[in-house]
Design a protein around this ligand. Structure first.
Ligand SMILES: Nc1ncnc2c1ncn2[C@@H]1O[C@H](COP(=O)(O)OP(=O)(O)OP(=O)(O)O)[C@@H](O)[C@H]1O
Ligand SMILES: [Mg+2]
Length: 275
């Protein structure tokens, strides 16, 4: 008798049954601010009372250890029923897991295709998230292997696509939206977030300079029939906070707090509507 066994695709069961919503923060283009948005959205959702986790799925360039100032921490390994589980690190009300906390960069760099996706899936399922209302996943740039595998395997996933106003970023955002919409993936799209929508100088918080152009987010939202959930300004303190391992709520810039608060409220509304 053959010892071949049928493997049930994960999507048939519920991947992470104790997690109500999984938000994939993706983009077609690198460097548009996915990690910044994912981290601060997770903090904002937690401030709104949701039990929130953040999974940094960018195995080739993990950001969350630096963004949360936890790069020198090692997650605890806990044994349960003879199996090893990883305890996420908690900071600013968010349970965080990243490949950057588990292994060195050089090891992860040589993982390719299915190995990278399988390692990541194992990390997600072996992490002790507990009961969560939302798990935010910071995706690697583009529409590659990891993005496709996670989208196909996670049943309760919904996507947020981040763009910047430049035509090139809008065109790449269109590719990401088309991927989630594709018949073999079909992930509900929660909406679009336009980052670096305008530049606001620290000394003139009420001024807006549209240095990368205007209207890209609205254009894509209309084209795909999805909401434009937020426009986040380009402000120095966002980058400064991130580099120091702090959230945007540590900055004194109330406009930035407001932008993320409004974004998280809209995301919560969309999650509720999707139920
Ligand atoms: N609204 C903003 N204002 C100022 N700086 C920003 C803003 N958003 C992101 N940045 C900065 O831009 C850089 C790129 O952002 P980030 O790492 O979040 O992008 P990413 O899309 O995750 O990149 P990658 O594709 O490499 O993963 C970072 O230095 C970040 O601090
Ligand atoms: Mg990133």
């Amino acid at each position: 008798m053959s010892d071949f066994k049928m493997v049930t695709p994960i999507k048939e069961e519920k991947f992470l049954p104790n997690v109500k919503n999984i938000i994939l923060v993706a983009s077609g283009k690198g460097g548009v601010g996915k990690s910044t948005i994912a981290a601060n959205l997770a903090v904002s959702l937690s401030r709104e009372g949701l039990r929130t986790g953040l999974l940094d799925a960018d195995i080739y360039g993990p950001s969350s250890p630096i963004q949360f100032g936890i790069a020198d921490q090692k997650p605890e390994i806990i044994q349960e029923n003879g199996k090893n589980y990883i305890k996420p690190i908690e900071k600013y009300g968010v349970k965080i897991m990243s490949i950057g906390l588990l292994t060195n960069k050089e090891d992860a760099m040589i993982w390719r295709g299915p190995m990278a996706s399988n390692t990541l899936k194992k990390i997600i399922s072996d992490t002790l998230w507990g009961e969560l209302d939302t798990l935010v996943i910071d995706m690697p740039p583009g529409t590659g292997d990891i993005c496709i595998t996670l989208s196909q395997d996670i049943k309760q996933a919904q996507a947020l696509v981040v763009i910047t106003p430049q035509q090139l970023a809008v065109a790449d955002g269109r590719k990401a939206l088309a991927m989630f919409d594709h018949s073999s993936i079909q992930i509900p799209i929660l909406g679009i977030i336009e980052n670096m929508s305008w530049f606001t100088p620290a000394k003139h918080p009420d001024e807006k300079y549209f240095i990368f152009g205007e209207g890209g987010g609205q254009e894509l939202a209309k084209e795909f029939g999805v909401p434009l959930l937020g426009q986040i300004p380009l402000v120095m303190d966002i980058e400064e906070m991130s580099d120091k391992g702090l959230s945007v709520y540590h900055s004194t810039n109330k406009k930035t707090h407001q932008a993320f608060e409004e974004l998280s409220i809209k995301v919560i509304d969309c999650l509720a509507l999707a139920k």
